[in-house]
Write a protein that binds this ligand. Structure first.
Ligand SMILES: [Zn+2]
Length: 303
């Protein structure tokens, strides 16, 4: 799932390419991709893009006339830049957004189609899509701690819950917890002030560094290869490989089709967390699927 650093990469690319240009036409391949009917999709056509922004893990285009195009890519959704007017691919493509100089496709590879498009009127309408999590890069230590300890969650759950923190998902939560030397199953209210401060520092550093790293790697190109499994990640997607800090093999917790990666030596005092032994804990307080967390409110809004 594209998270804060990856969404930032898309925003930078869109900032340079579509701001000041008119969105001429939207072509839908999958009707279920569009989750709103009022205002109609056609109402965005011909409007100039005034700006782009991130809302949680969503990409928002602000159009003239106080209309917003809101795209949530979920896990496997991606943007692509193609020649203007390119035919909509038969497979994996949800929609094409036509500008005079380029067409942007939204594709989704997963079996289950979860990515979504909302057309929203006004800032008030847009606020409905704000899940309420604090912005990790701008929140003060106090705001961060208040959010993270507002409920007694496992750290994995707290970091990835969009009601608690904005823009963090499965990949960067693994990286943050490794950098902080904290266990993914540690409860947030059991953390010492020193651990909370370390968690916040690791969160800011991780998101900042990844945003900059992606900017350096992508340069002026459009980000065509956004992935949740970047080879430079320390633990995420690296089960069995050596931890870059201590050299011990990276461990995993597999639950509800999601994998969480951690280093036992660096994060759990050497204890390997047995899937079965912690399954009850996980059932109670684990992101059952990250999609569920993301979709919780969307489901109520569908026409
Ligand atoms: Zn390690």
């Amino acid at each position: 799932m594209p998270e804060l650093p990856e969404i930032s990469a898309y925003l930078r690319a869109f900032e340079d390419r579509i701001v000041g240009r008119a969105l001429q036409r939207v072509r839908l391949r999958s009707p279920s991709f569009l989750r709103t009917f009022d205002p109609p999709l056609s109402s965005v056509e011909g409007r100039v893009v005034g700006g782009v922004r991130r809302l949680g893990k969503r990409v928002v285009w602000a159009l003239e006339g106080d209309l917003f195009v809101v795209v949530h890519l979920m896990v496997t959704g991606r943007f692509h830049r193609r020649a203007p007017g390119v035919a909509l691919p038969k497979k994996h493509a949800h929609a094409a957004f036509d500008f005079d100089d380029a067409t942007y496709l939204v594709t989704e590879r997963g079996k289950q189609k979860k990515a979504s498009l909302h057309v929203v009127a006004g800032e008030a309408g847009l606020a409905d899509h704000d899940r309420g999590g604090v912005e990790p890069l701008t929140a003060t230590l106090e705001e961060f701690v208040t959010a993270v300890t507002s409920e007694n969650r496992t750290l994995k759950r707290a970091l990835t819950d969009p009601r608690i923190l904005s823009g963090i998902g499965n990949a960067h939560s693994d990286e943050i917890l490794h950098a902080a030397g904290l266990s993914p199953v540690q409860r947030t209210r059991n953390l010492t002030p020193e651990q909370l401060s370390r968690l916040r520092d690791a969160t800011v550093t991780n998101l900042d560094e990844w945003t900059r790293r992606l900017a350096d790697e992508i340069g002026d190109r459009f980000p065509e290869k956004i992935t949740a499994f970047h080879p430079a990640m320390a633990v995420h997607g690296r089960y069995g490989e050596p931890c870059p800090v201590c050299g011990d093999p990276i461990q995993r917790i597999v639950y509800a089709s999601r994998e969480t990666n951690y280093c036992a030596t660096c994060q759990t005092e050497g204890r390997v967390l047995a899937d079965r032994a912690i399954s009850r804990l996980l059932r109670e307080d684990w992101p059952r699927t990250l999609e569920e967390l993301e979709e919780h409110r969307e489901s109520r809004r569908r026409p």
